[in-house]
Design a protein around this ligand. Structure first.
Ligand SMILES: O=C(CO)[C@H](O)[C@H](O)COP(=O)(O)O
Length: 236
């Protein structure tokens, strides 16, 4: 029995693929996370001849595995810097389509692949649909940092007002989570984020920060699967 949340993710993902991955597209960016599993499932339902003519650019070890397991052509963003469309999940999306990403620690590659695309599309379930960032996602803004700099960055983030900011620790390993890029992660709660673009700029200016999981003014459209089986669409 599929849960309501899983059904909501699937509905959003399927509709986004159907409406944004066109037969003329040759390069598709594929995000990371559990909602993206449904994106790849829908891609695999397309005409195999069409998929054979298309390259898919993953954003993590996880999404690369999904694409390879499906027998799809995989390419790197340095080979394919012009992407037709990138579809990805999010941890929270506000009324202006700003998003928090990086719950899965993949936001560095996700941001590069989203910025390389002509169009960036978000897929999520109803729990991610907010007016203001920080309403529902309480874990904080994910910040990827160079390992040697983590404590200096953490103190600066705490001094910026995120008193509960902390290093993300691994669950099945002693010590911190290490990203696909060999870095550490800090999760920094800032309460309600009224001005995400300004916060992004301030955090990014701290030396040692590699990338911030605030995606501001990037998404063109977001699909939210609802509990009742409908899909809410938000556009710019
Ligand atoms: O940003 C991400 C990973 O870095 C994911 O897109 C985000 O965490 C949402 O994941 P899910 O679809 O599993 O809820």
């Amino acid at each position: 029995m599929t849960s309501l949340i899983e059904q909501a993710k699937q509905k959003a993902a399927y509709q986004a693929v159907d409406e944004h991955v066109l037969p003329s597209h040759r390069v598709i960016g594929v995000g990371s996370g559990s909602t993206v599993v449904h994106v790849v499932a829908r891609l695999l339902q397309r005409d195999p001849e069409l998929n054979a003519k298309t390259v898919f650019v993953p954003t993590s070890f996880q999404s690369r595995g999904l694409l390879l397991d499906g027998g799809l052509n995989v390419g790197d963003v340095d080979q394919y810097p012009d992407i037709d469309v990138t579809i990805d999940g999010a941890d929270e999306v506000d009324s202006q389509l700003n998003a928090i990403k990086g719950g899965g620690g993949a936001h560095l590659q996700e941001k590069v692949v989203a910025e390389a695309a002509k169009k960036f599309v978000i897929v999520a379930d109803y729990r991610k649909n907010s007016k203001i960032l920080g309403e529902q996602w309480k874990q904080g803004v994910p910040i990827e940092v160079a390992p040697f700099a983590w404590r200096v960055v953490l103190v600066k983030i705490q001094n910026m007002g995120s008193k509960d900011a902390k290093l993300r620790m691994a669950v099945a390993k002693a010590g911190p989570v290490v990203t696909d890029n060999g870095n550490f992660l800090i999760d920094a709660p800032f309460g309600l984020i009224q001005d995400p673009a300004n916060l992004l700029k301030d955090i990014k200016l701290i030396t040692g920060v590699v990338e911030v999981g605030l995606f501001c003014n990037m998404a063109e459209i977001a699909y939210f699967g609802n509990e009742d089986g409908s899909v809410a669409i938000r556009t710019k």
